[in-house]
Ligand binder design. Sequence first.
Ligand code: GLC
Ligand code: GLC
Length: 649
Amino acid sequence: MITFNMERESKHTFERLFPRVERELGNFISADPQGWREFTDRLQKYFPSFFHLYLGLYGARYDFFFHLEDLLLSLARSWFARAADLRQLDKAREQNPLWFQSNQMLGGVCYVDLFAGDLEGVKSKIPYFKELGLTYLHLMPLFKAPEGENDGGYAVSSYREVHPPLGTMEQLASLAREFRKAGISLVVDLVFNHTSDEHLWAERAKAGDEEYADFYRIFPSRELPDAYERNLREIFPDEHPGAFTFFANLFKDGGWVWTTFHSYQWDLNYSNPAVFNRMAEEMLFLANQGVEVIRLDAVAFIWKEMGTNCENLPGAHQLIQAFNAVARIASPGLLFKSEAIVHPDDVAKYISPVECQLSYNPLLMALLWNSLATRKVRLLSQALATRFKIHPEAAWVNYVRVHDDIGWTFSDEDAVMLGVNGYDHRRFLNEFYRGRFEGSFARGLPFQENPKTGDCRISGTCASLAGLEKAIKEEGPNEVEFAIRRILLIHGVILTAGGIPLIYLGDEIGTLNDYTYRDDPAHERDSRWVHRPRADWEKYAKRHEPASIEGRVYQGLKTLIELRKQLEAFAGGELEIIPTENDHVLGFLRSHAGHRAIIFANFSEKPQSVSARIVEQFSVHSKKQLYGGSVNSPQGDIQIDPLGFLIFA
Ligand code: GLC
Ligand code: GLC
């Protein structure tokens, strides 16, 4: 029997291909011998793991070698195009690979047009970003996209062009530099599951070019789509049933295109190595503009196999790991952030230094909202105790709101252990956040309600979901105070829990829902626009007035941010749950490099206490209380204010 020796074959392949690349790029090499040496070192280091992955994905193709050589040439060309300051940054990051775990890190996210008009406008806001303390800013998709409906830019027509009203690629590169000078890392999306149907590749496919038709998953009849759909979930059922869209102008009699999301978002076909190679080039192109973190959009969906639900397949992981290896070779400073809004078991699988160093934490997000609704912390404590720990060289991105809806992606198996039925509980949460449940403070809207499954997700801004809208419009100062405390409470958790806290800009001044999206034909069908308002700079100006609502939210948050940055205990990801023996109070201990901090968070509108025994066991009194309202009883209990958040360190 002949066994395949991976190490030997990898070496052999390298020795065959390397001289060909060297020959082809002779001119670049003689112009930049030092750069070539650096590239060669990294290529040699990462080639074996890359080869293994690429072979796993594409080894069965008769033209495997052609694609591999093509890719190596792309990597080298991209490296030669990489600016000196970025190569410097690469080195700095390699020397300090865990830089993103620092307690100095603070993330923000905004739309270029809605926040500041265009890229120049964003540049002019740098002083504001510094004031807030941001070190990481995710600019929502800013690439060329179809006019009108484009899913907030998630339908990309060119990865190398900025959407014309927002500016140019040169401006983006210059913005990245200005950010870096201000200590801010630029984050953008790599929308790599699909392109818009106006991308050149899609246009060529439409024109009958088979090479490009093979970039997508297009079928002449319903036979295969039907077979796939037997196992698929519907993602945007409001827009089209199933996962495919019929286009009459394809082939002779029309064709069915795989469109997981909207009909104008065509899923790429990664079983074709040309797609991998071209997207790797697009990724490196963005890295060379100075992008430091790539948000990998919709990771769960990128690999498809008949007979499966085509989500979170092993191939998806291999693919991302292969992209990661590409980055290590040709843009080593680049980090990946995974956007997997799926079952927590699946979310966790994307997180590792060889796959995505960063990941959204949708479970923490959903359970913070769950705790506000139920006023109980059991699911949240359980999740933090059992699911928060990840690879020590990775980090969560913790958030309470982003541009998307809230999906209740907790684990049903976990919920059952606490006597909670997942299906019923999700129904309750949806009713609660739509403001239809008695005692609800929330003003949310349903998103993608699926009558077939009863499934639904929730749209709304942080403030409106936390009760501020209802309190201002219908209630009064007491409820306004509660709403502000809820906002600070859940932000308090993401600022201290371990990982990079991410603020959806606008939330820091308590921005309410904006219902005007209903008048815009490009947005009216998508309730997520209710929480994507244009920044109101008159309201922002009030952030310095301590008595205004904007000021109360902003300054409360600023105090928490400053504490985060002062206390080294908030670096890293070590978290231990404190069993507070009070269902309304979350407690946890953070430690890092010998520093410790203790957090208590009361999710109810009544004062709650933590017993003297627990206080003693965790020696809370040996620490200083640095934040929050509480009273110490003579018996040694700590009484926490309604919706209070306490930090001891
Ligand atoms: C991601 C984005 C979402 C978009 C989808 C399709 O989930 O966050 O806004 O609709 O991908 O690109
Ligand atoms: C993607 C995201 C999911 C989101 C949806 C639309 O599926 O993974 O979280 O709900 O896009 O926003």
